[in-house]
Design a protein around this ligand. Structure first.
Ligand SMILES: Nc1ncnc2c1ncn2[C@@H]1O[C@H](COP(=O)(O)OP(=O)(O)OP(=O)(O)O)[C@@H](O)[C@H]1O
Length: 647
């Protein structure tokens, strides 16, 4: 059994992932180039100067055969009679000067294009990262991390190499071939036309190659992205794979993907090799035909020996770019695929944007209201939340309780507008969150998730992530100390460098409970008016949880808090409890009221208690249910169990 994802892109042309056009649907090469304009424009002067240097170098190379022709037909022929070598030395000096000019111009070209190439790459990378930060969670739900990684790293690397080398090579090669062939045709007539005839098969072959190679290049770059995703997921989930002894499966799956990529790379190399053979053979065969014709012409005196020498010297200069055309073309097609893949992401529009005319937030109080809220995930057919009405008065703490999959986390994510509702409204202090700037909403609402993400940064930087940068250091320090204290994260001060200790990638060097407490501290340090806690204490032991709960209760007096409770003891934080059942709020009240009146709540709490008892973590003290109610709860539990609705 394979535990690793199998990516369809490995065997077929680019799969039509959401937001990923298939290879055939990509824009024309010219349109693809036009998309680069905003990034390339600042670098254009240097790129053009580099291109002119390269053209100059190429013209110098093409001028050498002309000098040779004059040398052979003039001074060289004369010197055999007069023994005067002055003109010979002058011609040698001219060839040397042209050779030096060519080398110098190549050096200038390299220096000119290196800087703008790296600039364009860096700018495009930053633009992509900025866009990824801006795109909503719904986008990130759909896109695999490895695909985004390969687009921002290897694709942009390909593009840079093409800009600093491939593009110039392409332009210079075309110019060299056009100027060279024109020279051949105008100076040698029929001989030049025979050489030009070689262009017909070259054009047909390169056209076919381009069509074929484009598809393979897209497949290869998509497969690299899939492979990067697999590496990322398996490194991320290395503990699970090891714990379940699934290393071999992971390796087998990875090997399969790597093999498919290898097959694609081989197909690429084969396509390139066959075009290279053709592009080497055709000019050579053409030259052989020209040699026969040229020799005959020289024999009949219709062409001078100097002109024939110049013809072959010029043809040798043209042959270089023609032979390299396969490589230049494949570089261009790889870059074009990279551009397509890059813009697949960059042109993904963000439906979750700031309004054109945002409402200016007044003095925030933290009153949250969900009115008739319905929500459906993009890729789902049915809504997760149905006509949810929930009022969270300012300064109150509400626990959200429900069976697994009932939609608690989804509801919580609507408050900071991580998703937009599909129906109804989420309001903060009477204003629809969609009418506020996202920055204003996120300044008002802080979130701590069950699965805490910590960044490769110091404890201080992680905890102060949501704190206004412009605040004075003393205020920031106070916030840090208070947040660590409330979250019972005092361990942070005992780390080797205290709060300045860098914590490993995603905080992996810390325990689950320690990471959770730092994530909680981060939410508290932001001093939000609304705090959303998605089961933030699940990894804590009973004693620590109790200490955190006590401190939170003291601190949250002025904060509107919605806490998702997976453990009965977390419910103790709340003034009141809202019950979510299959995406509907079915009851709101105090813990005791609900225990007394709501069978589903009793079932949920009893399930949570079972779960907590199994894991040896906190339960709520038994409230006075009154005669008969405890038994009722038990009956309901059995009823629910009978229907299979088990937590
Ligand atoms: N990104 C997503 N795309 C599509 N469906 C999703 C997505 N996230 C969650 N769901 C679905 O929405 C439903 C509610 O999920 P949600 O995570 O909100 O439930 P929950 O009550 O928080 O569950 P739990 O207690 O297990 O955390 C589930 O059926 C889930 O499969």
């Amino acid at each position: 059994m394979s535990v690793m994802p199998t990516n369809t892109g490995a065997t077929a042309p680019a799969p039509a992932r959401p937001g990923t056009p298939a290879a055939g649907a990509t824009p024309s090469a010219l349109a693809a180039l036009r998309r680069l304009k905003p990034f390339v424009r600042p670098a254009l002067p240097r790129l053009v100067a580099g291109m002119l240097s390269a053209l100059g170098a190429s013209l110098a190379a093409l001028a050498i055969p002309r000098v040779l022709q004059r040398l052979v037909d003039g001074p060289l022929a004369a010197s055999t009679r007069t023994h005067d070598t002055t003109a010979l030395w002058a011609a040698i000096a001219a060839v040397l000067a042209l050779g030096l000019a060519e080398a110098g111009l190549i050096l200038v070209r390299r220096n000119l294009v290196m800087l703008p190439g790296t600039r364009v790459e860096a700018d495009m990378r930053m633009a992509l990262f900025r866009h990824l930060q801006d795109l909503p969670i719904a986008f990130h739900d759909r896109w695999a991390g490895g695909q985004l990684l390969s687009r921002s790293m290897s694709d942009l690397g390909l593009l840079r190499r093409w800009l600093v080398f491939g593009l110039l090579q392409l332009v210079v090669s075309c110019a060299t071939v056009v100027v060279g062939v024109t020279l051949l045709v105008t100076t040698t007539g029929w001989l030049g036309l025979v050489y030009l005839a070689g262009a017909i098969p070259v054009t047909v072959i390169t056209y076919r190659f381009s069509r074929r190679y484009r598809v393979i290049a897209r497949r290869s770059q998509d497969q690299s992205g899939d492979l990067a995703t697999t590496v990322e997921e398996s490194v991320h989930g290395i503990r699970v794979l090891k714990a379940f002894g699934r290393g071999r499966d992971a390796l087998a799956s990875f090997t399969g993907q790597a093999e498919r990529l290898r097959t694609t790379e081989l197909a690429k190399a084969r396509a390139q090799a066959s075009v290279n053979v053709a592009l080497t053979l055709i000019p050579e065969l053409t030259l052989a035909a020209c040699l026969v014709l040229g020799t005959l012409q020289a024999h009949h005196g219709t062409i001078t020996i100097g002109a024939l020498t110049a013809f072959f010297a010029t043809a040798a200069v043209i042959n270089g770019p023609v032979v390299d055309l396969g490589m230049t073309l494949s570089m261009t097609l790889n870059a074009r695929t990279a551009v397509d893949r890059y813009f697949d992401v960059l042109t993904t529009t963000n439906p979750l944007t700031d309004p054109d005319h945002p409402t200016e937030p007044g003095q925030p109080r933290g009153h949250v209201r969900l009115r008739d809220v319905t929500f459906r995930y993009d890729d789902a057919t049915t809504p997760v939340l149905h006509h949810v009405d929930l009022d969270l008065p300012a300064g109150t703490t509400t626990a959200l309780v429900g069976l697994t999959g009932s939609g608690k986390s989804t509801l919580a994510m609507l408050i900071p507008r991580l998703y937009d509702v599909t129906g109804g409204t989420v309001e903060i202090d009477g204003t629809d969150v969609r009418h506020l700037r996202r920055a204003d909403v996120r300044r008002t609402v802080a979130v701590a998730f069950e699965d805490p993400t910590l960044f490769s940064a110091t404890v201080r930087e992680n905890v102060l992530l949501g704190v206004d940068d412009t605040l004075p250091d003393t205020t920031k320090n106070e916030r840090l100390t208070e947040a660590l204290d409330v979250a019972q994260a005092h361990f942070a001060t005992r780390l080797p460098h205290g709060v300045e200790t860098r914590i490993g990638e995603e905080g992996l060097s810390l325990s689950g409970g320690q990471r959770q407490r730092l994530a909680l501290a981060r939410a508290i340090a932001a001093h939000p008016h609304v705090l959303v806690l998605d089961d933030p204490l699940s990894a804590l032991d009973v004693t620590t949880e109790e200490a955190v709960t006590t401190r939170l209760r003291q601190t949250l007096t002025h904060t509107t808090t919605l806490v998702i409770a997976h453990r009965p003891s977390t419910v103790a934080l709340a003034d009141r409890v809202a019950v979510l059942q299959d995406g509907r709020i079915t009851a709101v009240g105090t813990h005791s009221q609900l225990l007394a009146a709501d069978p589903h709540y009793r079932y949920v709490i009893s399930s949570l208690e079972d779960d907590a008892a199994r894991h040896g973590v906190g339960t709520l003290p038994e409230p006075d249910l009154g005669p008969g109610l405890a038994g009722e709860a038990e009956t309901d539990l059995h009823d629910d169990e009978a229907t299979g609705a088990r937590l």
